[in-house]
Design a protein around this ligand. Structure first.
Ligand SMILES: Cc1ncc(C[n+]2csc(CCOP(=O)(O)OP(=O)(O)O)c2C)c(N)n1
Length: 578
């Protein structure tokens, strides 16, 4: 029997090393689903909402760097993909989405379930095309894969169900797909300019993002050469914060420590591999930026110099030209300020925390950090879980933290965990879920059950949309429609066939986590947490907030900082005595 377009598609995916497709079947997908059913080198991963399929693929691709695939049936089946595809695309995760389509002869007739996926997904993809004839295959599929892998992000193929059932006309053959991406080498003249600016500046601060993932050693070496504090955006935290004698914390609304001062008070700010979006936190002057993507240069702040280059390549080129600075006063002042600012909040955090009911969420995160494995993968819901992860998860170079840090979508943590666990079946995967986030894609507990994924879902159950509640209060609005009352997620987990544990006493947090992490199968730990964990200091009025928005927000978010204080203290001890 001749090969069908669907079979050809699956064959090419297997050639590209794809081991699974996350999705939910539907009639227009039948030829593809059936082609997968008949092979044993690729699996169909059944999820309960296509949005989760796209999030799972995003996490899988992000963690492995390999192509991940998701699929939805025609119309609503694929419109559900959009949230996770935006997340994947903005994160640069190589994801191919197969959006199956209504019968090709019905397109343009207002047919049942008709949408136009090739335009619908244009904004969240590098490449979005429709296959309307078998002759386009397998070439268009390979182009789509190449866009996702080569540019980092999403490609979408819209494929009418009737076309996928037709006989393939072109040989499948084998074509190489380039997956190893070359590093962008900066122009020599820019390297020289960078060296001149670094040498001329009296004081320098480095501010780094996820783009330094392969340049940690070089960044530390540059900081040592320049006596420069290193601050980071959330994306850079897992790479740079640990064992870093120059660490001054994080900037942004979730930030802590002396990062804001260090970035604003240096003679020269150097942005390395960061597209940190909050321009209000940047000094807007005296800035140089290094990024492999020239479109990012200068889009947050005016630049004295923008260098197009991979951070590692650029720093290796510039380091031989950078003179050793000997004046450590700026660095030491910032390290002291950093430690002081963390010390201030540690007190507030430790007081009576082990007896506080409802349980303080910071305590929950701190205990989780202590008991989780050294190579755990944490997935983090948008909302207050982002704050807890940023402050309490201690990076070490082996742990990974995945969130919807650029798209900022709720409900990402559990489906991200699904993708993470498929990518790494033997690693501990912990979903830090808000109760709002979990309830939004709660059906994915059934996905966990169906595939018996050993994910540990920790619900920060504060009975409210906590982040929004806080934002309303900061902006001077009374909380409105943010509280949804108490729900027993442990009981829901049990009804889904999972182990569910409810924790309402601080003393039970640690034993519950230790036991859940030891358990070989999935567990949901539902922890009743305090919705008022971050209380507003009474002296801040709405008028003050408007006038001093940054400072006030930072005060409000000045929670504890977990084990980071140990690093800050030890860095202070390392300051050489005169
Ligand atoms: C899909 C989506 N809807 C709405 C928002 C706006 N939003 C951001 S955080 C948040 C509240 C999250 O609540 P929950 O998951 O309970 O976490 P908490 O902040 O209480 O820890 C909302 C509504 C969003 N980011 N994404």
């Amino acid at each position: 029997m001749a090969q069908t377009v669907a079979e050809q598609l699956v064959e090419v995916l297997c050639q590209a090393g794809v081991e699974r497709i996350y999705g939910l079947v539907g009639d227009s997908l039948n030829p593809i689903a059936d082609a997968i059913r008949r092979r044993n080198d690729i699996e169909w991963i059944h999820v309960h909402n296509e949005e989760a399929a796209a999030f799972a693929a995003a996490a899988d691709a992000q963690l492995t760097g390999k192509l991940a695939v998701c699929a939805g049936s025609c119309g609503p089946g694929n419109t559900h993909l959009i949230q996770g595809l935006f997340d994947a695309h903005r994160t640069g995760a190589p994801v191919l989405a197969i959006a199956s389509h209504i019968p090709s002869t019905q397109i343009g007739t207002g047919y049942f379930q008709e949408t136009h996926p090739e335009t619908l997904f244009a904004e969240c993809s590098h490449y979005s095309e429709m296959i309307s004839r078998p002759e386009q295959m397998p070439r268009v599929l390979r182009i789509a894969i190449q866009h996702a892998l080569g540019r980092g992000g999403v490609s979408v193929l819209s494929l009418p169900g009737d076309v996928s059932a037709l006989a393939a006309t072109k040989p499948t053959a084998h074509s190489d797909l380039v997956s190893a991406r070359p590093a962008v080498v900066p122009h020599a003249s820019q390297v020289e300019q960078l060296a001149t600016l670094l040498n001329q500046a009296r004081t320098v601060t480095l501010f780094v993002g996820a783009g330094i993932w392969n340049a940690r050693d070089e960044v530390l070496e540059l900081a040592g050469r320049l006596q420069a504090p290193i601050g980071h955006a959330l994306g850079g935290k897992e790479v740079i914060q640990y064992d870093n004698p120059y660490d001054v914390g994080m900037s942004g609304l979730l930030g802590y420590g002396a990062c804001y001062q260090a970035t604003n008070e240096a003679d020269l700010l150097v942005l390395l591999g960061t597209d940190f979006p909050y321009d209000a936190f940047l000094p807007q002057t005296r800035t140089v930026q290094v990024d492999h993507d020239p479109a990012r240069l200068g889009r947050r702040t005016v630049l004295e110099l923008g260098v197009e280059g991979d951070v590692g390549e650029t720093l290796r080129a510039v380091l031989p030209l950078v003179e050793q600075k000997h004046d450590r006063r700026f660095l030491d002042t910032m390290l002291r300020r950093h430690c002081e600012s963390l010390e201030r909040v540690v007190d507030a955090y430790t007081r009576k925390i082990e007896r506080h009911v409802p349980i303080h969420p910071e305590y929950v995160a701190a205990v989780l950090d202590e008991v989780a494995a050294d190579d755990a993968v944490f997935t983090v819901d948008t909302g207050m879980c982002n704050v807890w992860a940023a402050r309490y998860l201690t990076p070490n170079g082996r742990r990974r933290v995945i969130g919807s840090f650029r798209h900022g979508s709720m409900a990402n943590a559990l489906p991200h965990a699904v993708g993470a666990q498929f990518a790494y079946p033997d690693r501990q995967v912990v979903s830090m879920s808000g109760d709002g986030g979990l309830s939004m894609l709660m059906g994915e507990l059934l996905t966990v059950r169906t595939h018996q994924l050993p994910i540990k879902t920790v619900v920060f159950n504060n009975g409210s949309l906590g982040m929004i509640r806080l934002e309303m209060m900061v902006a001077g609005y009374p909380p409105f429609e943010t509280d949804h009352g108490s729900v027993d997620y442990a009981a829901i987990a049990q009804a889904c066939g999972l182990r569910g544990v409810r924790v309402d006493k601080p003393a039970d947090v640690r034993p519950a986590f230790v036991e859940a992490l030891r358990e070989p199968g999935p567990v949901v730990v539902d922890v009743l947490t305090d919705p008022n964990a971050l209380s507003i200091p009474p002296h801040i009025t709405p008028a003050q907030v408007k006038g001093f928005a940054l400072a006030a927000t930072r005060t409000v978010l000045d929670g504890g900082v977990g084990r980071m204080i140990d690093l800050a203290r030890s860095n202070l001890r390392n300051i050489p005595r005169p």
